[in-house]
Structures are given as C-alpha cells and as structure tokens.
Write a new protein. Sequence first.
Length: 79
Amino acid sequence: MDIRTPEMDGYEAMAAIREGPRPRLPIIAVSAKDAGGERERCLVAGASDFIPKPIGVPILLSAIEMWTDQSAAERSVRW
C-alpha cells in the first residue's frame, strides 16, 4: 500500500482495514520517504511491514512471501 496517495492516504486506509472484517490482513506499506521515522510510523499505524521506494522485484516478492502462505514458485507472476 502506497502511503502517499490522494484523497485517502495509506494511514487512513490502514485504519479502515484494521477496523473492517479482515483486521489481520497483511499490509505492506511503501513510501519514497524513508527518513524521519516513516517506517516506524507505518508499523504503529497498522502496517505489517514497510518497504522504501524504489522497490525492487526481489524485495517485494520476499515481503509478500513472508506475509502469505505462497512462495514465488507457487505464484504465476508476470513482470
């Protein structure tokens, strides 16, 4: 989930997800702003993990694997 989005930012979206019917849904927050405690702020707001931009495919796949039951070999991912 991108943290810096128009209308509803990632923090508001995370709060809505955490209050919804699937509060334990894994959320991987992403942001170009990694300085100033952004990672910690995301984790406190409900993110399961944080990845700074620019995001490399191996890093993203590793995070997805960590928070799901599927490995990259089990998914058909096309880039």
